[in-house]
Design a protein around this ligand. Structure first.
Ligand SMILES: NC(=O)c1ccc[n+]([C@@H]2O[C@H](COP(=O)([O-])OP(=O)(O)OC[C@H]3O[C@@H](n4cnc5c(N)ncnc54)[C@H](O)[C@@H]3O)[C@@H](O)[C@H]2O)c1
Length: 334
């Protein structure tokens, strides 16, 4: 297939580009490098630019026929979305509408969308099935839900079929350790804990220890980034075979508390994670665990890296290859 990958210089998107090239597909990446970290992508497969640039999209789609779009590009920092919702609505919703219209104009009628568990907010279901109430509690989740609604309408009215993949907490890195999770700023627990253990940053803030969970800290469902890539390949196959669009949760249906993740990081690295106690953050549900039975049943998705320790290990290995020489002395994986 010939595929356009938006946000292919980011954490999940760069893993996807690697998986697609490995599977023999032809790929073009569109990324504005607002948060992307992979400028070393070969020039012939990289276009620097925004999904909100209609003339650029027309030029891309006009050059050669595309079979589908994999749409990762988005702003995705929850706290920032609360502070500056306008930027999130403009980029995540406005930008996506420009992309969808360009696809429609050029007859590109298949899309796989990176949605999020954030569309559910604190819906109370444990685990969360796809038909649970979607009531996001922050602007980031609201923009993801708005795009999901738009995609449903674009499918009904214009025949743009889409698979909406609701990731829970993406984690880990590719087997070779070539790619690495390094958001700027980083807000995800595993890389933060690894960096704190390695002395790359100060103590890790622990946001609340009085939740109704086994040890009082929040529980989340971690899913390996390579398993997310597998799900995208299966979603593409679903669209390619002519089936209708659909939404799927992607998680391992097993929750780990913040404390359990910190223990996992300590046992993988052999180093202590320094923590500092902070209060609860508003809008943090106690438990978010996916019911992913639909993805397993309908897509045939079988996560291959379910163990938390393996996810942390792969993240640690990749991190060791992506630090300054001074820090790498501390960071050699074992
Ligand atoms: N990482 C997770 O745990 C997680 C969980 C749920 C959903 N998601 C979703 O998955 C997708 C990828 O997440 P990630 O963690 O890889 O984020 P990321 O920030 O590493 O990657 C996003 C990429 O999109 C690019 N981008 C942003 N706005 C753009 C625009 N307007 N035009 C072109 N490029 C643009 C950025 O430069 C970056 O390379 C996002 O849509 C995110 O909301 C991620």
């Amino acid at each position: 297939m010939r595929l356009l990958v938006t946000g292919g210089a980011g954490y999940v998107g760069s893993h996807m580009v690697k998986a697609l090239l490995r599977a023999g597909h032809s790929v073009l990446t569109l990324d504005d490098f607002s948060t992307g970290r992979r400028p070393e992508l070969p020039g012939e497969i990289l276009v620097r630019g925004s999904i909100a640039d209609a003339p650029l999209l027309d030029a891309i789609f006009g050059e050669a026929p595309f079979d589908a779009v994999l749409h990762f590009a988005a702003r995705s920092i929850v706290s920032e979305s609360t502070r500056d919702p306008a930027a999130y609505w403009a980029s995540n919703v406005g930008g996506t509408l420009v992309l969808l219209e360009a696809m429609r104009r050029r007859g590109v009628l298949r899309l796989v969308f990176s949605s999020s568990a954030a569309v559910y907010g604190d819906c109370g279901a444990r685990p969360i099935p796809e038909d649970a109430l979607r009531r996001p509690v922050n602007a980031y989740g609201k923009t993801k839900l708005a795009v999901e609604h738009a995609l449903e309408d674009w499918e009904t009215a214009y025949g743009v079929r889409s698979v909406r993949l609701r990731y829970f907490n993406a984690a880990g890195a590719d087997e070779e350790g070539e790619l690495c999770e390094r958001h700027q700023p980083e807000t995800h627990l595993i890389p933060l804990a690894l960096q704190a253990a390695a002395g790359e940053r100060g103590p890790l803030p622990l946001y609340g220890e009085d939740y109704p969970t086994q040890d009082g800290t929040c529980v989340r469902d971690y899913v390996h980034v390579s398993d997310l890539c597998d799900a995208h390949l299966l979603a593409l196959a679903r669209l390619q075979s002519g089936q209708s669009g659909a939404a799927y949760n992607l998680g391992n249906s097993r929750g780990y508390s913040v404390r359990e993740v910190l223990h996992g990081v300590e046992s993988v690295t052999g180093m202590r994670v320094p923590v500092r106690k902070g209060g609860r953050r508003p809008g943090d549900p106690a438990v978010l665990v996916a019911d992913s039975a639909r993805a397993r049943r309908q897509l045939g998705w079988r996560p291959r890296h379910e163990a938390l320790g393996a996810m942390i290990e792969s993240a640690w290995r990749a991190m060791a290859g992506h630090v300054t020489p001074r820090a790498s002395a501390v960071l050699s994986p074992h």
